[in-house]
Design a protein. Structure first.
Length: 162
């Protein structure tokens, strides 16, 4: 079995409909990944164990999604040098602005690469992870180039009437 390169973690089962956008992009691009529920508040020991073992397990990128008081991406970045991409999950109460603010404003020393709120952010997290891995994987770089070219080709030049 090939080694898992990307860890997708999220604070709750309720984050999965958003975070599976990242998983689906990684599937399309043939990047090995795993998905785990790891809550900063409800399962702090699981967070610690995941962060402590991430590098030695060979993970190259971690995508971390959370909503509300979204401390998971930042805490994970504090625990491992594996690059962390943060996805602010959209919330009902504050539309995900709370999640964004909780993730984006990290103190100097422990960066989190923060994406847009919601599904687009999760998909872009998958693409960003693939771009990072492409730096040392020519076959993946070619697949990512083809994915990007196909997206461009799918955009019509002129708008259509309904
Ligand atoms: C956060 O609280 C999770 O990341 C989730 O976005 C939010 C709500 O969680 P649930 O109450 O739906 O489990 O920790």
């Amino acid at each position: 079995m090939s080694k898992i390169e990307v860890g997708i973690i999220m604070g709750s089962q309720s984050d999965w409909p958003t975070m599976r956008e990242a998983a689906s992009i990684l599937d399309e691009l043939g990047v090995t990944h795993e998905a785990r529920i790891v809550s900063a508040h409800r399962t702090p020991d699981r967070l610690w164990d995941y962060g402590r073992s991430a590098a030695e397990r060979g993970l190259k990128v971690i995508i971390a999604g959370a909503g509300g008081a979204a401390h998971l991406p930042g805490m994970m970045a504090s625990k491992t040098r594996v690059p962390v991409i943060g996805v602010p999950v959209q919330t009902k109460a504050l539309s995900g602005v709370d999640s964004l603010y909780s993730i984006v404003q990290m103190p100097k020393g422990y960066p989190v690469a923060t994406m847009a709120i919601g599904a687009a952010g999760a998909a872009n997290a998958g693409l960003m992870a693939a771009a990072i891995l492409s730096l040392s994987d020519a076959a993946l770089a070619a697949r990512l180039d083809a994915w990007r070219a196909a997206l461009s080709a799918s955009i019509p030049e002129t708008p259509a009437d309904d």
